[in-house]
Design a protein around this ligand. Sequence first.
Ligand SMILES: [Zn+2]
Length: 190
Amino acid sequence: MATYNLQHNEVVFLKDESVMHGGALASHSDELILTSLNLVLVKKGLFGRSKGALTFPLNQVKVHDNRAQAAIGRSNSGNAALDVYFLNGQEQFSFLSGGKKKVQDWIGKINFAVTGEELPESSRTGMALPGSEMVAGVLKDTFGVFKARLGPQLAALTKVARKCGSCGAPISGNQGQAIACEYCGSIQQL
Ligand SMILES: [Zn+2]
């Protein structure tokens, strides 16, 4: 932890040494530390040599209904990941091992660090369960982000295929979409 020095009033709550930040880089080589003040990502290079640290202050984490906005997300590889919503954007951290359970531990501890309250184990899945409009509605401040993420999934769920009303050729698209038949050009509402 050479590149991150704890302040005198700062304590470490949790840390993990095989963490990937964001989705673009393909290695779990960073170290993630949750302290009482910050979420800290220590970037590691070859042979574990530190390349510096990114500090995300916990007072920048969004809070709604006394819940820190950290949730189980999905990494590019489809595994459970930790999504944290900050005032200026969302950050994703994924772990090499531990799956959902580990992400839930982080969500619980982040919530404690931010709000001072323990989360019941049952609600450590966070708020962004895909497909849950009800939950999204409650989270007004992150609703835009949530809706955007949900969009492609909704579209995928409502694909429809049918026959053209004029010529009988097969047409397909998203439900509610107006589409021109490839063969006769007539516009139809799916
Ligand atoms: Zn047609």
